[in-house]
Structure formats: C-alpha cells, structure tokens
Design a protein around this ligand. Structure first.
Ligand code: 3HC
Ligand code: NAI
Length: 703
C-alpha cells in the first residue's frame, strides 16, 4: 500500500489512516492514495464499514495550500470528485477526527456518513482566510447538516470550533472520552452502525437548509455586511454559494460551488492571502539559527514603566499564564498603571470576552514594585519608559547591576538605537528590542529588533515567546524606525507634500482607504498624535534627513496645538471622532506652499496612489537590500499587522509585485523628473529595485 496511507482490515472494518505529516494536507498524492484505499475497501467483501482517521493522531488541515494556482490543485483525483465518490459508496464511512479537521479535512469528514471527534478537536472551514470558499462540498453539505444560517456564520468567521461545540451544532455525532480512545470508539461506532443495519449515509437533518429564513435574507445580509467586507471577494462568493445551497438541489449546488471556487482560487486576493499564510510561517525561521538551538526558559517577566505600553505588554504575559512584575518610579504611577489594567480586564468581562474567574487568574499574575531588587530572579525584562535615550540607558545600567546572569534585557523603544542602549551594559549579547504596537495587548505585530551583538539564543527565545503570547514576531535589524516606522516616513512625507501641492487631507486619505487600508495616513497621524510625531521627528532631525517642505506642515500643526483626535483638531476637525475637512488646514497649506514656492495644482487619485505607495515600496526594498528585513514577506507582515495594510493585497511588497516592479520603477523615475528639486531629492529608486528590473525579475528578493 502507498506510504501515505495506513490500511488495515479488522473484523469487517477497513481502517484507513492518513499519513502525510505534518498535517495530512490533501495534496494530489494523498488524494490518489486515499481513493485507492477506499476503492479497495469498497471492493473487499470482507469489509462492511470503513473508518477514516489520521495515522499521526491529527485528521487533516485540508487541501494542500501550496497546490493552489498550479495544475496540481485540480489534478485527478480532485478533491470534490474524490469526496463525491465517497458519498456514493454503499458501506458506512466513519471519520475519526483527531486534533483538527479544517477546510478540505472537514469536507472529507462531511462526505462520510458519520463523524466522531476527540475532546478539543478543532473543526472548521477557514478557507475565507485564504480568500477562498470551501470548495469540496462544504458550502452545500454543511448547510444541509446544520442549517444555512449556522453554516454561513461558521464559514464567514473561518474560526474553528472545538468538538464540544461541533457536537452541539450537529457537525459531529459523538465525542470520544479521550484522545487515546478515539480510534477504538470510532470502530465501536462503526460496529454499532452495522449492528443496527444503518444506512451508509443518514438522511440530512436540513433537506431545506433555508427553512425559516426570510426570502430576502441574503440580499439584506449582503447589504448589512458590504461596508465591512470592503472589496473582499471571498465573503461575497460564500454568500452566493450558500444561496445556491438554499435554492438548488445538491448536485447543482456542488457544480456552482466549483465554479465559484475556481473564481476565488484564480483571484489576486486569494494569491495575496496565500502569500500571507506562508509568510507567517517563514517569519519564524531565521537562517542562522539552528532548529535545535537550546532556548532560555522564560518563567517570570518584568516590565519597566506602567504607562500606555507597559500595562498592555504586561497583560500579554498574564494572558499567557506567565507571572509579570511591573516596576515604576513612583507609587501613584504604578497605581494608575495597575488600575488601567484592571479596567481593561473588567471591560473584557463586561463584553463577555473573559470569564470572571479568568480575570481573577490574570490579575493575580500581575504584581507591582518600586524596587529593582524585586527583579533579581526574572528571566526577561521589557523596558517601556519614556522615549529618551539617556533615560533608557540609565534603566539598562541598573538592570545590568540587578538582573541575574542570562536574563534577557529588552527595550520597547520605537525609534532609538538598540545598540546604543545595549552598549551601556556589560552584556550587550543579552539585549534585544521588542517593539510592541499600541494597544500592546491587542495588536498582533511584534518587531523583534536584533542588535549588532544580540546572541542567537536570545533572538530565538524571544521569537518563540512572542508566538506563545499570541503575537506575530518579525525580525528587524537596527535602524531608525526599524521596518515599520522607517517605511512610514516616506509614505507620510508624500501625504504631507501632496497637501502642500494642492490635495486636501481627505482626498489623500480617501485614495488610501479606497485601497482598503484601514485608515489614510493623515487620519492615522491624527489618531497617533501630531505631537508624538513631532517629538520623534524633532529628536531625530539629523537621522531622518528632512527638508522643509515635508516638515513644515506637521510642525505648524504642532505649534497650533492641533495634536489630532485628542485635541479635536489635527489634519481634520473631530466631532466625537466624526472627521471633517478643516478649511483652516487648507488655508495653512496654501500659505506654506506660497512661502516654500511650491506651485499648487489639482492632483488626481492616481498621483496620490503612486506617490504614497511607490515611496512606501521603495523604502521597503531599500530595507531589504540593507539587510534590515530578512525577506520581503516579513515587510508585508509588518505593514499588514502593524499599519492596517489589507491582507488581501498581500502587503506592500506583494502589491508591488502584482503591480509590476518595472511599473513602480518607471513611476518613481517619472516623479523624479517632474517634481523639480523635490523630485530629485526624494524620488531616488532603491538600487535593488533598479537591479531587479534590469535583470527582468518579477519577485522582490535580495539580489
Ligand atoms: N496545506 C499545506 N501546508 C500546510 C497546510 C495546508 N493546508 N496547513 C499547514 N501546512 C504546513 C505549514 O505551511 C507548515 O509548513 P512548514 O513547517 O514547512 O513551515 C506546517 O504545515 C505546520 O504548520 P504550522 O506551522 O502552521 O503549524 P501549527 O501547528 O501552528 O498550525 C494548522 C497547524 C492549524 C493546521 C495551521 O497550519 C493552519 O491553519 N493551516 C491551514 C488550514 C487551512 O486553512 N485549511 C484550509 C485549506 S484550503 C481548503 O481546504 C480548500 C478546500 O475547501 C477545497
Ligand atoms: P507613557 O508615557 O505612557 O509611559 C511611560 C511610563 O514610564 C510612565 O508611566 C512613567 O512613569 C514610566 N517611567 C519613566 N521613567 C521611568 C523610569 N526611569 N523607571 C520606571 N518607570 C519610568 O509612554 P508609552 O507610550 O507607554 O511609551 C513607552 C515606550 O514605548 C516608549 O519608548 C515609546 O516610544 C514606546 N512605544 C510607544 C508606543 C505608543 O503608541 N505609545 C508604540 C510603541 C512603542
């Protein structure tokens, strides 16, 4: 028998085990082997029922994502055809779902007549996260099993449920007592079915999946959700498929699902989201770190500074069950910090996101102190005090004195030189940057800033720990602003300059939100604070190499006390967060343009798009060339998870590849020629971009 399948006949039962580690992805070789095994069981008169299981304990994570967009994706036997064949067999099939049954894995189970899970098995259809819809019968068989409304919610959420919920929903027939008993209980289930002379497939509970839904349900659903979905294609295709399940017989519904699936698979959005899937897995890999490098144990953490960031950072560790101690200079600051954490947890309880007993567990894991002596036994310290080099250096001198040997000393600085902070200690190899994003307990991105002397095991330990606390860690080298904020500079520069040249702030932002970015850059500055932006700029004027035209507008807004949302005025006027254009800002831009001799003119959306995006992309490519980012896909993850770049565009680097690198280069050269001295100064193509285009490359890579 094929090595991808374990096949064994045991007293009238054929036990068929999927054996394609790590996750039994249903690529063509496994599909072929599975079909062969099922045909053998079907043909064997000694076999009366079939049990399908995961030979390594885990059932299946679905279709092989790396096949999408290639011939292999539909190579025979294709998944829908294979599952269709299983549904036509006249022997009962029982699927024993160990650990997870996702996407095509769950669809395989739905093609079986009966399903049993083990406690905690994750069951779901996460295709939507890849810009797809379930394409092997999921959109047709699930609604007939649990009703259209429940199926729609599950498919659109894309989040798996555990086996207990799956049982309640009717996706599972049974849950085994424990994982070790799963296969035995599945076999016992199959024998009961034989004893009862049960049909190979029971009748579906919802032959009319739409039962009880109003006639105009789908139209209203689309109308209500379209603003949230923005330009995403996959949710709309899901809705279309579910509508087919409600209106047409199974065979027609399955055929329609396949047409929709092909449309999704061929879409740029799905290609982008698949890129993001693999990018997230790549980000965990650092070329110079061996997989078996021993990590440092992290059992207790300290955070210095209980302000906006420190409190959020501490919550991450408490949420993951790791004790954390907060250190402040003064009791009142400590009390304020801890009170804020308690308020955050209380809000989560109020919103039903946290059980009251979890609140108790978490708050008891957080303690406070004013005394560095209490940090003697911690394994990791994260400093989150004011953004001033001298203050941070002072903190690190003290940490060097009090912390035990081997403790990791991290800084949450957003712009300072990690190497200069490390240099004041006697152990720069133990120092690293851990740049959380605000709100630190919510945002998924964690830039892990690898200093010049940071030890490999310190980097590896923090990368692993980042994932343990639910973050997406991305490695960055040391430079001003690391990956994210450094790219923000030229992107924001163009937005400022376009306003001086004649665009209104809303015009600039609307082009960016029109691309599905969460926020335009000027609205983002208003949210983060014009003052914060000014102070970082002011402290780094030499490092950032500003020219007047870029800074003046932001500097003047700062001087006017227009700090953004918090003062009700910034680039916009705010009335309870509702933003309005402010003619004072336009007048200010006109005055400054006059003083700076910048001609004002009408500016179109294409120019706004190209100037903001091409400068963002150019800086990313430059970062890659400098080795600040390890790979282009890491840059994409930073912008998707830290700056609201839409995942369905794949991040700025993937977006550039989709646009065409030659087009990006031509655009930059165009503005270099047409924007006078400003263009000459700023529109300099990254040498790597020019090299890639000259070599005819279409992917961004170091070269
Ligand atoms: N196809 C191909 N490779 C997959 C895969 C899949 N469906 N699922 C996981 N892998 C690979 C990962 O790329 C990774 O490879 P690497 O070691 O070379 O980097 C390896 O398996 C382990 O994956 P993770 O590092 O993610 O391991 P975790 O234990 O953290 O997570 C998981 C496991 C929950 C299964 C997670 O990988 C996951 O969510 N996978 C995707 C599940 C999914 O989206 N399924 C639907 C696929 S589309 C589909 O089925 C279409 C159908 O309707 C026709
Ligand atoms: P904050 O002003 O809210 O908090 C700083 C806290 O540090 C205050 O509570 C202060 O009392 C305390 N503190 C100052 N000096 C101290 C010392 N010597 N010892 C102990 N405690 C001390 O500042 P915030 O916003 O939390 O920023 C902290 C750090 O995080 C800065 O380096 C900042 O650049 C960085 N950061 C901030 C982000 C943000 O959006 N606020 C995002 C990412 C990083």
């Amino acid at each position: 028998m094929n090595p991808l399948i374990h096949y064994h006949v045991d007293a009238e039962l054929a036990l068929i085990g999927l054996a394609r580690p790590p996750v039994n992805a249903l690529g063509q070789p496994l599909r072929a082997a599975l079909l062969e095994a099922c045909e053998q069981a079907q043909a064997d008169p000694a076999v009366r029922a079939i049990v399908l299981y995961g030979a390594n304990g885990l059932f299946s994570a679905g279709a092989d994502i790396s096949e999408f967009g290639t011939q292999a994706s539909c190579a025979a036997p294709d998944l829908p055809g294979l599952l269709q064949r299983l549904t036509s067999m006249d022997k009962p099939l029982v699927a024993a779902l160990g650990k997870l049954a996702l996407g095509g894995g769950l669809e395989l189970a739905l093609a079986c007549g009966y399903r049993i899970g083990e406690p905690g098995t994750r069951v779901g259809l996460p295709e939507i996260n890849l810009g797809l819809l379930p394409g092997a019968g999921g959109t047709q068989r699930l609604p007939r099993l649990i009703g259209a409304r429940q199926a729609l919610d599950l498919i659109l959420a894309g989040t798996p449920v555990n086996s207990e919920t799956a049982l309640r929903l009717g996706i599972l027939d049974r849950v085994a007592k424990h994982a070790d008993a799963l296969l035995d209980e599945a076999c016992a289930f199959a024998r009961e079915l034989l004893g009862d002379r049960a049909a190979a497939r029971p009748d579906v509970p919802y032959p009319d999946p739409a039962g009880g839904l109003p006639d105009d349900f789908f139209e209203h659903f689309l109308e209500a959700n379209a603003p949230r979905w923005k330009s995403r294609l996959a949710p709309r295709l899901v809705l279309d498929a579910l509508q087919a399940a409600c209106r047409w017989p199974l065979t027609e519904g399955l055929a329609h699902e396949q047409v929709l699936f092909k449309q999704a698979e061929d879409s740029r959005q799905s290609a982008a989201l698949r890129h993001v899937f693999f990018a997230e897995r790549e980000a965990a890999k650092v070329p110079w770190i061996e997989a078996d490098l021993p990590l440092r144990p992290i059992c207790k953490v300290a955070v210095i500074g209980a302000g906006t960031m420190g409190g959020g950072i501490a919550m991450n560790f408490a949420n993951a069950g790791i004790p954390v101690i907060l250190l402040e200079r003064q009791q009142d600051a400590l009390d304020r910090g801890i009170a804020q954490i308690n308020r955050n947890y209380a809000n989560s309880v109020k919103r039903g996101k946290l059980a009251p007993e979890q609140l108790e567990q978490r708050t008891t894991l957080i303690s406070g102190t004013l005394d560095y002596a209490d940090l003697r036994d911690v394994d990791l310290v994260i400093e989150a005090v004011f953004e001033k080099l001298e203050i941070k250096q002072e903190v690190f001198r003290t940490l060097d004195e009090v912390c035990k040997p081997g403790a990791i000393l991290a800084t949450n600085t957003s712009s300072l030189d990690v190497d200069r902070i490390a240099a004041v200690t006697s152990r720069p190899h133990d120092v690293i940057g851990l740049h959380f994003f605000s709100p630190a307990n919510v945002m998924r991105l964690l830039e892990v800033v690898n200093g010049r002397q940071t030890a490999a095991d310190v980097l590896a330990t923090t990368l692993k720990l980042g994932r343990t606390i639910g973050k997406l860690p991305v490695v960055s080298g040391v430079c001003f602003g690391f990956i994210g904020n450094r790219m923000l500079e030229p992107y924001a520069r163009e937005a400022h300059r376009l306003v001086l040249e004649g665009a209104s702030p809303a015009q600039v932002d609307n082009v960016l939100t029109g691309l599905d970015l969460n926020m335009g850059v000027l609205s983002m500055l208003d949210l983060a604070g014009i003052d914060v932006n000014f102070l970082v700029r002011d402290a780094n004027r030499t490092a950032i190499n500003h020219d007047d035209s870029y800074c003046r507008l932001g500097d003047e807004l700062y001087a006017l006390g227009r700090y953004g949302q918090k003062t009700g005025r910034g680039f916009y006027l705010y009335d309870d967060r509702e933003r309005q254009e402010d003619y004072e800002v336009i007048a200010l831009a006109e005055r400054l343009a006059g003083e700076l001799h910048i001609p004002r003119r009408p500016i179109d959306a294409q120019e706004i798009h190209d100037r903001c995006l091409f400068m963002l992309i150019n800086e990313g490519i430059q970062l890659l060339d400098e080795g600040i980012a390890l790979r282009a896909s890491d840059i994409d993850l930073v912008w998707i998870n830290g700056y609201g770049f839409p995942a369905h565009l794949g991040g700025p680097m993937h977006y550039a590849e989709q646009l065409g690198l030659d087009k990006v280069l031509r655009g930059i050269e165009h503005y270099r020629q047409t924007l006078g001295a400003y263009g000459e100064m700023w529109f300099q193509p990254a040498p790597l971009l020019a090299r890639l285009v000259a070599a005819g490359k279409t992917r961004i890579e170091r070269f």
